[in-house]
Write a protein that binds this ligand. Sequence first.
Ligand SMILES: [Zn+2]
Length: 463
Amino acid sequence: MAFSRSARLAALTTAAASFLTIAASSAPTPGAPGIGDPYFPGLGNGGYDARHYDLDLAYSPDTGRLDGRTTLTARATRNLSSFDLDLQRLEITRVEVNGRRAVFTRDGDEVTVTPRDGLRKGRHFTVTVTYGGVPEPLGGPIIFGSKYGWMKTGDGVFVACEPNAASTWFPSSDHPADKATYDIRVKAPRGLTAVSNGRLVSTYDKGGSTYTHWRESRPMATYLATATIGKFDVRTGRTPGGIPIYVAVDPVLKNGNGVDVYAVTAAATDYWSQVFGPYPFEETGAIVDDMPEAGFSLEVQSKPAYSAVRNETTIVHELAHQWFGDSVSVARWKDIWLNEGFATYAQWLWAEHQGTRSAHDSFLAGYDARPADSAFWQIKVADPQRDTMFASAVYQRGAMTLQMLRERIGDAAFFKLLPAWTRLHRYGNADTADFIRLAERVSGRQLDDLFDTWLFTTGKPTL
Ligand SMILES: [Zn+2]
């Protein structure tokens, strides 16, 4: 993110029943309401692993109403008598597990689903939820500085959900530690374009509606999903490096800022592929919408979402996130510097690549500009706390940490480390300790003091 200004049903066979009788500890029990993230105790769920989401959405921009049916295929990670989904505010009309109607209860943002029979550990099951309502954005000036999530625009909707707004528009295990693949189908009024993740499977008009099907076949965190709808000029092709590209720009923004979003997206995707390792997704691109209320851009998987025409440095930031954040995702939200520190550092690398400023000078500019008594230095980068997880220190001091690391271990080790990181944790999750371990392995050095100073200690470090 960048701010401007910034089972199958486990039919209880005789064998399973006797297994359960013998091993009392594995009798089916309720799943956990959260995945265990201290910043967001209710986000994600315990007892299963989300594998694939099928989203069927119908959106009416006139009324703002969304009607949806989501089928989640998941694997039980223990014997379950019930399990939870995250869904905020929308009304549920029906829940089925493995095609059979299931009982559900709601408590705040938690939906507890009780299938007719228990779900067996290791087995896949499907849960289908039919729901609808008018989704509302989250946030505001106090928390995270901007509204975010499902945001109505003049001609449709802009959807950018970090960190916890995916569950305002589809029932899910809404935490980046539970990634899954997606099929996203959108019905919208004829003439509007629905833009989502991965590659376009089909789009056609029928009656007064346009039906669009997108498929993201690489694992994706819930917050990186989008179904942005509106009038768009779409340009497709390939980057000079051969990566398919899809850029959608709201026609009212034509010539905005004098930035050629298509060209910058193509160039940055290719350049980062050289620096960070192979591009992790099937397509690159951009969604540029007119959404003044969203004071940010988001690294939506495969196509960053910009709430206006943003500048080149924002575009290179969001594209760097395709490696740092989207492919390699945080294990817990306190690790957010692994996304934002790296994407900010990528901006410094881009300036270096362009020959406008070295990363060392970018470091010094940020370091010198902030006196020791600045609140900036009071954020612990590797555990910034929920309400300040997008504080500038997470971005800037995170990037400073990487520059200090680079200067300690040298360019050769540093530029071996970055692609090693994206290769080791590709499509997965990682935490700060994983990064420190890899940095020490690749460089052959003991780096505790450096990371303690820059990530885990408040106060302005001395140089
Ligand atoms: Zn970012």
